[in-house]
Design a protein around this ligand. Structure first.
Ligand SMILES: [Mg+2]
Length: 247
Protein backbone atom coordinates (compact mmCIF):
# COMPACT_ATOMS: atom_id res chain seq x y z
CA UNK A 1 0.00 0.00 0.00
CA UNK A 2 3.01 2.29 0.44
CA UNK A 3 3.42 4.46 -2.60
CA UNK A 4 6.18 6.89 -3.49
CA UNK A 5 4.97 10.35 -2.42
CA UNK A 6 4.75 13.14 -4.98
CA UNK A 7 7.01 15.26 -2.73
CA UNK A 8 9.38 14.10 0.05
CA UNK A 9 7.74 16.49 2.53
CA UNK A 10 4.21 16.26 3.93
CA UNK A 11 2.57 19.19 5.70
CA UNK A 12 -0.41 18.27 7.86
CA UNK A 13 -2.87 20.86 9.12
CA UNK A 14 -5.43 20.92 11.87
CA UNK A 15 -8.54 22.69 10.52
CA UNK A 16 -10.49 24.55 13.25
CA UNK A 17 -8.51 27.58 14.41
CA UNK A 18 -5.58 26.70 12.14
CA UNK A 19 -6.99 26.92 8.60
CA UNK A 20 -10.41 28.37 9.45
CA UNK A 21 -11.97 30.38 12.26
CA UNK A 22 -13.51 27.83 14.67
CA UNK A 23 -16.43 25.88 13.05
CA UNK A 24 -16.32 28.35 10.15
CA UNK A 25 -15.35 28.16 6.47
CA UNK A 26 -11.89 28.84 5.05
CA UNK A 27 -11.23 32.24 3.48
CA UNK A 28 -10.53 32.55 -0.24
CA UNK A 29 -7.00 33.60 0.66
CA UNK A 30 -6.49 30.36 2.62
CA UNK A 31 -7.82 28.21 -0.23
CA UNK A 32 -5.44 29.92 -2.67
CA UNK A 33 -2.58 29.52 -0.21
CA UNK A 34 -3.11 25.76 0.21
CA UNK A 35 -3.48 25.36 -3.55
CA UNK A 36 -0.12 27.07 -4.04
CA UNK A 37 1.54 25.14 -1.19
CA UNK A 38 0.55 21.83 -2.77
CA UNK A 39 2.74 22.55 -5.76
CA UNK A 40 5.86 22.28 -3.55
CA UNK A 41 4.88 19.81 -0.79
CA UNK A 42 2.23 17.15 -0.15
CA UNK A 43 -0.62 18.54 1.97
CA UNK A 44 -2.95 16.77 4.40
CA UNK A 45 -5.89 17.89 6.54
CA UNK A 46 -6.51 16.32 9.92
CA UNK A 47 -9.61 17.40 11.81
CA UNK A 48 -11.74 16.06 14.61
CA UNK A 49 -15.10 16.62 12.96
CA UNK A 50 -16.67 14.43 10.29
CA UNK A 51 -15.95 14.49 6.56
CA UNK A 52 -19.13 16.40 5.68
CA UNK A 53 -18.08 19.23 8.01
CA UNK A 54 -14.53 19.19 6.62
CA UNK A 55 -15.87 19.54 3.06
CA UNK A 56 -18.16 22.36 4.21
CA UNK A 57 -15.20 24.18 5.78
CA UNK A 58 -12.48 23.64 3.15
CA UNK A 59 -14.57 23.18 -0.02
CA UNK A 60 -15.05 19.89 -1.87
CA UNK A 61 -12.56 20.73 -4.61
CA UNK A 62 -9.69 21.34 -2.21
CA UNK A 63 -10.49 18.35 0.02
CA UNK A 64 -10.28 16.16 -3.09
CA UNK A 65 -7.14 17.90 -4.37
CA UNK A 66 -4.92 17.55 -1.29
CA UNK A 67 -2.91 14.35 -0.81
CA UNK A 68 -4.61 13.26 2.43
CA UNK A 69 -7.79 14.27 4.17
CA UNK A 70 -8.37 12.77 7.58
CA UNK A 71 -11.63 13.35 9.40
CA UNK A 72 -12.52 12.19 12.92
CA UNK A 73 -8.74 12.29 13.63
CA UNK A 74 -7.96 9.78 10.87
CA UNK A 75 -10.60 7.18 11.64
CA UNK A 76 -11.95 8.16 8.24
CA UNK A 77 -8.93 8.42 5.95
CA UNK A 78 -8.90 9.53 2.32
CA UNK A 79 -6.03 9.69 -0.12
CA UNK A 80 -7.21 12.11 -2.80
CA UNK A 81 -10.76 11.03 -3.57
CA UNK A 82 -10.24 7.45 -2.41
CA UNK A 83 -11.21 6.20 1.03
CA UNK A 84 -8.32 4.17 2.46
CA UNK A 85 -9.80 3.31 5.85
CA UNK A 86 -12.89 3.78 7.96
CA UNK A 87 -12.61 2.57 11.56
CA UNK A 88 -15.62 2.58 13.84
CA UNK A 89 -15.98 2.76 17.60
CA UNK A 90 -18.10 -0.40 17.39
CA UNK A 91 -15.38 -2.53 15.82
CA UNK A 92 -12.78 -1.16 18.24
CA UNK A 93 -14.64 -1.46 21.55
CA UNK A 94 -16.99 -4.34 20.67
CA UNK A 95 -20.80 -4.37 20.77
CA UNK A 96 -21.07 -5.85 24.27
CA UNK A 97 -18.93 -3.25 26.05
CA UNK A 98 -20.46 -0.43 24.00
CA UNK A 99 -23.99 -1.50 24.90
CA UNK A 100 -23.04 -1.69 28.58
CA UNK A 101 -21.62 1.82 28.41
CA UNK A 102 -24.71 3.23 26.66
CA UNK A 103 -27.03 1.53 29.18
CA UNK A 104 -25.08 2.90 32.16
CA UNK A 105 -25.00 6.38 30.61
CA UNK A 106 -28.76 6.36 29.95
CA UNK A 107 -29.39 5.33 33.56
CA UNK A 108 -27.21 8.17 34.85
CA UNK A 109 -28.93 10.64 32.49
CA UNK A 110 -32.38 9.47 33.70
CA UNK A 111 -31.37 10.10 37.31
CA UNK A 112 -29.88 13.49 36.47
CA UNK A 113 -32.28 16.18 37.73
CA UNK A 114 -31.82 19.37 35.70
CA UNK A 115 -34.41 22.12 34.96
CA UNK A 116 -35.45 20.94 31.48
CA UNK A 117 -34.79 18.01 29.14
CA UNK A 118 -35.32 17.65 25.40
CA UNK A 119 -34.30 14.82 23.03
CA UNK A 120 -31.21 13.05 21.61
CA UNK A 121 -29.22 12.43 24.76
CA UNK A 122 -26.60 10.23 23.14
CA UNK A 123 -25.44 10.84 19.58
CA UNK A 124 -23.62 7.95 18.00
CA UNK A 125 -20.85 9.01 15.60
CA UNK A 126 -18.36 6.93 13.68
CA UNK A 127 -15.47 7.49 16.07
CA UNK A 128 -17.09 8.76 19.25
CA UNK A 129 -20.20 9.17 21.34
CA UNK A 130 -21.55 12.58 22.24
CA UNK A 131 -23.54 12.72 25.49
CA UNK A 132 -25.86 15.61 26.35
CA UNK A 133 -27.80 15.83 29.65
CA UNK A 134 -30.35 18.32 28.22
CA UNK A 135 -30.53 16.59 24.80
CA UNK A 136 -29.04 17.82 21.54
CA UNK A 137 -32.26 19.07 19.98
CA UNK A 138 -32.82 21.91 22.42
CA UNK A 139 -33.10 25.48 21.14
CA UNK A 140 -30.24 27.99 21.25
CA UNK A 141 -31.86 29.77 24.23
CA UNK A 142 -32.22 26.46 26.10
CA UNK A 143 -28.62 25.67 25.22
CA UNK A 144 -27.41 28.96 26.72
CA UNK A 145 -29.47 28.36 29.88
CA UNK A 146 -28.03 24.88 30.28
CA UNK A 147 -24.49 26.18 29.82
CA UNK A 148 -25.01 28.75 32.61
CA UNK A 149 -26.60 26.06 34.83
CA UNK A 150 -23.74 23.66 34.14
CA UNK A 151 -21.13 26.26 35.05
CA UNK A 152 -22.76 26.45 38.48
CA UNK A 153 -23.72 22.83 39.05
CA UNK A 154 -21.09 20.89 37.03
CA UNK A 155 -23.64 18.43 35.65
CA UNK A 156 -21.35 17.21 32.85
CA UNK A 157 -18.32 16.77 35.08
CA UNK A 158 -20.40 14.85 37.63
CA UNK A 159 -21.55 12.43 34.91
CA UNK A 160 -17.99 11.96 33.69
CA UNK A 161 -16.77 11.33 37.25
CA UNK A 162 -19.45 8.64 37.63
CA UNK A 163 -18.49 6.89 34.35
CA UNK A 164 -14.72 7.08 34.70
CA UNK A 165 -14.09 4.36 37.33
CA UNK A 166 -15.75 1.69 35.15
CA UNK A 167 -14.81 2.96 31.68
CA UNK A 168 -11.63 4.99 32.18
CA UNK A 169 -9.57 2.08 30.82
CA UNK A 170 -11.18 2.26 27.35
CA UNK A 171 -12.54 5.80 26.99
CA UNK A 172 -11.33 9.36 27.43
CA UNK A 173 -13.91 12.04 28.16
CA UNK A 174 -13.75 15.64 27.07
CA UNK A 175 -16.13 18.49 27.77
CA UNK A 176 -16.58 20.70 24.71
CA UNK A 177 -19.17 23.22 23.57
CA UNK A 178 -22.14 24.17 25.71
CA UNK A 179 -24.34 21.13 26.26
CA UNK A 180 -22.40 17.90 25.90
CA UNK A 181 -19.24 15.89 26.37
CA UNK A 182 -17.41 13.60 23.95
CA UNK A 183 -16.40 10.02 24.63
CA UNK A 184 -13.45 8.67 22.59
CA UNK A 185 -11.58 5.39 22.73
CA UNK A 186 -8.16 5.96 24.34
CA UNK A 187 -5.43 6.70 21.77
CA UNK A 188 -7.83 8.05 19.15
CA UNK A 189 -6.33 11.51 18.88
CA UNK A 190 -4.88 13.20 15.78
CA UNK A 191 -1.66 11.15 15.91
CA UNK A 192 -3.78 8.17 14.75
CA UNK A 193 -3.60 9.49 11.17
CA UNK A 194 0.22 9.21 11.03
CA UNK A 195 0.08 5.49 10.32
CA UNK A 196 -1.15 6.33 6.81
CA UNK A 197 1.64 8.83 6.09
CA UNK A 198 4.47 6.60 4.91
CA UNK A 199 7.57 7.25 2.82
CA UNK A 200 8.24 10.91 3.66
CA UNK A 201 11.61 12.45 4.54
CA UNK A 202 9.81 14.84 6.82
CA UNK A 203 6.28 15.44 8.14
CA UNK A 204 5.30 18.84 9.53
CA UNK A 205 2.19 19.49 11.58
CA UNK A 206 0.52 22.86 12.21
CA UNK A 207 -2.11 23.27 14.93
CA UNK A 208 -3.58 25.87 17.27
CA UNK A 209 -4.28 23.65 20.32
CA UNK A 210 -0.81 22.20 20.85
CA UNK A 211 -0.61 22.74 24.63
CA UNK A 212 -1.10 19.77 26.96
CA UNK A 213 -4.82 18.96 27.10
CA UNK A 214 -5.39 20.57 23.68
CA UNK A 215 -6.64 18.39 20.83
CA UNK A 216 -3.41 18.87 18.80
CA UNK A 217 -1.08 17.99 21.67
CA UNK A 218 -0.49 14.29 20.93
CA UNK A 219 0.37 14.74 17.26
CA UNK A 220 2.38 17.91 18.03
CA UNK A 221 4.75 16.01 20.35
CA UNK A 222 4.85 12.83 18.26
CA UNK A 223 8.47 12.01 17.28
CA UNK A 224 7.36 11.28 13.70
CA UNK A 225 6.48 14.95 13.08
CA UNK A 226 7.97 18.40 13.43
CA UNK A 227 5.28 20.32 15.27
CA UNK A 228 4.40 24.00 14.77
CA UNK A 229 2.12 26.00 17.00
CA UNK A 230 -0.02 28.74 15.44
CA UNK A 231 -2.36 31.33 16.91
CA UNK A 232 -4.80 31.68 14.01
CA UNK A 233 -5.17 31.08 10.23
CA UNK A 234 -3.17 34.23 9.37
CA UNK A 235 -0.29 32.95 11.51
CA UNK A 236 -0.46 29.59 9.69
CA UNK A 237 -0.03 31.33 6.32
CA UNK A 238 2.82 33.43 7.70
CA UNK A 239 4.79 30.56 9.26
CA UNK A 240 4.21 28.23 6.31
CA UNK A 241 5.19 30.83 3.73
CA UNK A 242 8.48 31.40 5.53
CA UNK A 243 9.22 27.69 5.66
CA UNK A 244 8.08 26.47 2.27
CA UNK A 245 7.40 29.33 -0.13
CA UNK A 246 10.43 31.56 0.34
CA UNK A 247 12.08 32.21 -3.00
MG1 LIG B 1 -7.79 23.48 16.17
Amino acid sequence: MTQVPKHPVLVLFDIDGTLTPSRNVASQEMIQFITQLQTVVDVGFVGGSDRAKQIEQMGEELVHAVTYSFSENGLVAFKGKTEIECTTITSHVGEARLKEFINDTLLLLARCDIPIKRGTFIEFRNGMLNVSPIGRNCTQAERNDFFAYDNQHHVRQTLIDALKPKYGDIFTFSIGGQISFDVFPIGWNKSYCLKFCQGYDKIHFFGDKTMEGGNDYEIFIDPRVEGHSVIDPADTIKQCSELFLRQ
